[in-house]
Ligand binder design. Structure first.
Ligand SMILES: [Zn+2]
Length: 293
């Protein structure tokens, strides 16, 4: 889609610092990442190097939910497409509107469920047909998807007997989904870091301020959050800071996909918003690259 020059100017010229981000900088990386995800509307991938401790992935999804107005909806490890979409009533995706949809062990899910989920994430709504009559439910949630590196979850340890091919196939199963996750979090082997002072109230204040500013800035683009920006507009705005060279180099070398490039642009813009910068700095871009991979 083409973007009118006036819209680009509106996005680029944001001189007023939005918040004092000193407090945020003192928080552990996990909690900062959750604020970035909630503020910009970026989906989250939780990487578990070992089988996760019971409930720890769901705990992260719950923490993200504390920053958002909608509810947390947790899917089963083997969810069906019908329960995701809904038939006569809104399914899991629509129930999570404005909140969080948690998906444990994403590579174990049926391929049709993963494809359906990607379609919903792209459209921001669910469309089902009942007796020829289409029904539409809004479904703009933040996804928290968890994964391990192989079917047994202990890849590259003495305990793992998965072949490299089986492990690679396992990780590739949900590639389409993971390219949409702008925030990658390497999960700790044991428990989460202690809650920072001011959680979740302080986090909600950051998120509310950034979301309000984004909604004004995106008027005319048909979206409200950085994570929802059309790719062309996000890339143009991210490159406006003249600090985009590293991402261009990664893309030119074939090290990242175009989808990941677009996702990095959206996250870099949210990081700039959080720091009150008009466009992403080198630091914002480097952080966005690290978060997205
Ligand atoms: Zn294994």
């Amino acid at each position: 889609m083409s973007v009118p020059p006036s819209s680009l100017l509106t996005m680029v010229h944001v001189a007023r610092p939005l918040i004092d981000d000193d407090v945020l900088e003192t928080w552990p990386l996990l909690y900062r990442a959750l604020v970035v995800a909630a503020a910009g509307g970026h989906h989250i991938l939780l990487n578990n190097k070992m089988p996760p401790k019971d409930g720890v992935n769901l705990e992260v999804a719950t923490l993200l939910g504390q920053l958002l107005p909608g509810r947390l909806v947790a899917a089963d490890p083997h969810v069906t497409l019908a329960s995701l979409l809904g038939i006569s009533h809104p399914g899991l995706a629509a129930q999570a509107e404005g909140g969080v949809l948690y998906m444990p062990e994403a590579p174990a899910q049926d391929a049709r469920v993963l494809d359906g989920l990607c379609d919903i994430m792209d459209a921001g709504r669910v469309e089902v047909s009942r007796g020829g009559e289409p029904t539409v439910w809004p479904a703009r949630f933040l996804l928290v998807a968890a994964r391990t590196d192989c079917p047994c979850g202990t890849y590259r340890t003495d305990r793992c007997h998965c072949t490299p091919t089986a492990a690679a196939r396992w990780r590739a199963r949900a590639d389409r989904l993971f390219g949409r996750c702008g925030i990658n979090i390497d999960m700790p082997a044991t428990s989460l870091p202690p809650l920072p002072d001011g959680w979740p109230g302080g986090g909600r204040i950051f998120v509310g301020r950034i979301r309000s500013a984004q909604a004004m800035r995106h008027a005319g683009l048909g979206c409200s959050l950085r994570g929802e920006m059309p790719a062309e507009a996000a890339l143009a705005a991210a490159a406006a800071g003249q600090c985009w060279g590293e991402v261009v180099a990664l893309r030119s070398a074939g090290l990242i996909s175009q989808r990941t490039t677009d996702t990095i642009a959206r996250v870099a813009l949210t990081l700039a918003d959080l720091g009150g910068r008009a466009a992403p700095s080198v630091d914002d871009v480097n952080r966005a690259i690290r978060l997205a991979q």
